[in-house]
Design a protein around this ligand. Structure first.
Ligand SMILES: Nc1ncnc2c1ncn2[C@@H]1O[C@H](COP(=O)(O)OP(=O)(O)OP(=O)(O)O)[C@@H](O)[C@H]1O
Ligand SMILES: O=P(O)(O)OC[C@H]1O[C@H](OP(=O)(O)OP(=O)(O)O)[C@H](O)[C@@H]1O
Ligand SMILES: [Mg+2]
Length: 326
């Protein structure tokens, strides 16, 4: 067995830039080997990781087959391209970018069609009137089949579309579509509207691990190191450091702060002189600083945190438990 962990990241498209920024922020810049046309690279700061640059949909396939150990790709592509996805891959974490909804969209001119139920009626009438089944253009064939089945719609036919799906109703090659949308601008430009209960999936970029790849000791060690840095970056990004010192500060007050403002006391209660450090989410910062001053603090400082390294490595622990068959 080889001793490298293979990490797949998008080589192009919507996710590429965000994925590069994500790894750089976590202190692991993607290092492209030689020229920009080289499809293999390394991960700065972590040994034994080989980076494979693939398209977002190729990443889903490579995770399913076990050709790569870890990858970043959209959940839409995982669900569409991997049958029984939860048996073959593990979605470790949503990454907060690459948001897009997979939706059912019909021509705006279909004023009577608001729900999937309305669509079912139209599909039946269409079949009765024309002798043909209504056509749905999409590249999300599997997602569409299972969503339509769940809504009891059977009178339709899928027309596979590789690109410019939104243009197919106007071009006359389909009656409606299933595609991904973020701003809605492309749908609007093509005079299409989303069916009210037609949001099939709310997707975003995910950190995904393959359950079928060969996981040896070296790959475990590389994943542990990589996920440790990601967790350190995430804890830091989602918290601010709050510092204060006042003599009335005691453990009861810290307990109250922790439960009311969702903070963490990373180093425990206050020192004997009342020095306290808290990590606090941005949305409760001002309320916390008011609270501390009401209880006697004359000064509270708040600052950003670069990394928070902790004993726990939640991403690695989750993966390890799953690989061990737990
Ligand atoms: N507005 C958007 N449109 C399409 N995809 C988006 C959007 N926003 C985020 N994504 C995510 O990015 C993924 C990759 O889409 P993108 O269009 O960048 O790939 P691509 O280069 O066309 O890939 P491929 O060649 O494999 O089809 C999507 O599957 C989705 O998860
Ligand atoms: O709701 P919007 O913000 O308008 O985004 C949706 C559009 O973006 C994607 O296409 P993309 O630009 O990735 O081109 P592609 O079809 O060539 O992949 C997607 O297929 C939609 O057409
Ligand atoms: Mg695209």
């Amino acid at each position: 067995m080889s001793d490298t962990l293979i990490l797949a990241v998008p080589s192009k498209g919507r996710l590429q830039e965000n994925v590069h920024a994500f790894f750089a922020r976590a202190g692991m810049p993607l290092v492209q080997a030689r020229g920009a046309r080289e499809y293999r690279g390394a991960l700065g700061g972590v040994d034994n990781v080989e980076v494979a640059y693939l398209s977002a949909s190729e990443i889903a396939a490579a995770l399913a087959s076990g050709a790569v150990h870890v990858g970043v790709t959209g959940e839409d592509l995982v669900r569409e391209n991997i049958p029984d996805a939860d048996k073959r891959v593990m979605l470790l974490e949503k990454l907060g970018f690459g948001h897009a909804n997979v939706v059912v969209a019909v021509p705006q001119a279909w004023i009577d069609v608001r729900s999937m139920e309305d669509l079912d009626d139209v599909a039946g009438h269409f079949h009765a009137r024309t002798g043909r089944r209504i056509r749905v253009a999409t590249k999300y064939v599997n997602l569409t089949r299972s969503f339509f089945a769940r809504h009891g719609i059977v009178d339709y036919r899928i027309v596979e579309s590789a690109g410019a799906t939104e243009g197919t109703p106007a071009a006359g090659s389909a009656e409606l579509i299933v595609d991904i949308t973020t701003t809605g601008a492309t749908l609007a430009a093509n005079a299409l509207k989303v069916v009210d209960d037609g949001v099939m999936l709310r997707s975003e970029a995910n950190l995904v691990a393959s359950l079928t790849a060969p996981w040896g000791e070296a790959q475990h060690a590389a994943a542990r190191a990589m996920f440790d840095r990601m967790a350190a970056e995430k804890r830091a990004r989602t918290m601010r450091e709050v510092r204060t010192r006042f003599i009335q500060c005691d453990t009861n007050l810290v307990d109250e702060a922790v439960s009311r403002f969702r903070c963490v006391a990373p180093f425990g209660g206050p020192t004997s002189s009342g020095m306290l450090t808290l990590h606090c989410p941005p949305d409760t910062l001002h309320a916390l600083s008011l609270f501390l001053r009401e209880r006697g603090a004359s000064m509270v400082t708040v600052g950003p945190i670069e990394y928070v390294f902790a004993a726990e490595n939640p991403l690695y622990e989750a993966l390890q438990a799953r690989l061990a068959g737990a």
